[in-house]
Design a protein around this ligand. Structure first.
Ligand code: TPP
Length: 270
């Protein structure tokens, strides 16, 4: 044993780069970043040899790539998922965190999202859902509520928002969850997703403090697991998904794991 080497104090590994964040003060993306960091630190303590990487899209959420000290790729807008799938095919053992915006995942990248659920590749997707295209200054996304006004929709949005939880369930996703952008919730859901072998869809309600502030979400949320929800029951998951339609401002909003099922994993088939 080389005592001298053992006595050198080890520099703690940091999962943050030196880049100063340009997110707005109070942005809930900071919570997602901190939750991821805490998750990675606990993973590192459990298994220092485990390799982690990331992919992000383009948008405010995409800056996760600048601030999180992980190797990976900052993909094109809407294209994080196919990039992640390619990485998993090339390196199946890689542990992969993928970050998308709601514009990214539910508009331009929608077709990839549906197939990600079908393929069930073993990566974890977090959709930062602030219900707007934030970086391009507040245009409505497919999950913006009826009546929302901006310069592109001065008379207010007239299209009913889609329900991504229902879409993911119908597309065959093996892990479907929703959390609020809170450091502890992010860490906890990532811990559950990490144990799941397959694609994990995690929607993060992340109100945009500038263009789509949280009106009363935090008063309306409740945790499915605390209410004894049976996450193996598909029909029940669909019912729970319907409780919040992304537009009503008084319904309850279920959080937690809606559904989880073991399925084949895409990269194990090749
Ligand atoms: C291929 C392509 N299409 C569109 C854009 C323009 N664009 C950049 S960011 C953005 C909106 C991002 O919105 P979202 O994915 O919801 O992320 P947020 O900024 O809200 O985090 C758009 C449309 C682009 N950069 N590239």
């Amino acid at each position: 044993m080389n005592k001298q080497i053992d006595n050198i104090p080890k520099k703690p590994i940091s999962f943050r780069t030196n880049t100063i964040p340009t997110w707005c003060p109070g942005c809930f993306n900071f919570q997602i970043l901190a939750g991821t960091e805490q998750f990675l630190k606990s993973q590192l303590e459990k298994n220092p040899r485990k390799e982690w990487a990331m992919v992000s899209g383009i948008g405010c959420h995409g800056k996760m790539f600048d601030y999180l000290n992980l190797p990976g790729l900052n993909a094109l807008h809407g294209r994080s998922i196919p990039v992640a799938l390619g990485m998993k095919v090339a390196k199946p053992d890689l542990n992969l965190l993928v970050y998308c915006g709601d514009g990214d995942a539910y508009a331009e990248g929608m077709e990839h999202l549906v197939h990600a659920a079908r393929y069930n590749s073993n990566f974890k997707l977090l959709v930062h859902n602030n219900q707007v295209f934030a970086l391009t200054i507040a245009e409505p996304s497919p999950v913006t509520e009826l009546g929302y006004k901006d310069k592109t929709n001065p008379a207010g949005v007239k299209l009913q928002p889609m329900n991504p939880i229902k879409l993911m369930l119908a597309s065959g996703a093996s892990f479907v969850a929703r959390v609020f952008a809170d450091v502890n919730q992010i860490k906890q859901v990532l811990e559950e997703a990490e144990k799941h072998k397959g694609f994990a869809f995690i929607e993060v309600l992340q109100p945009c403090v500038i263009f789509h502030p949280d009106s009363n979400y935090r008063l309306r949320v409740y945790n499915l697991q605390e209410k004894g929800h049976d996450k193996s029951n598909f029909k029940l998951a669909m019912e729970k998904a319907e409780e919040f339609d992304y537009t009503s401002n008084n319904s309850k909003i279920p959080l937690g794991i809606f559904y989880q099922k073991e399925k084949f994993v895409f990269e194990n088939l090749i």
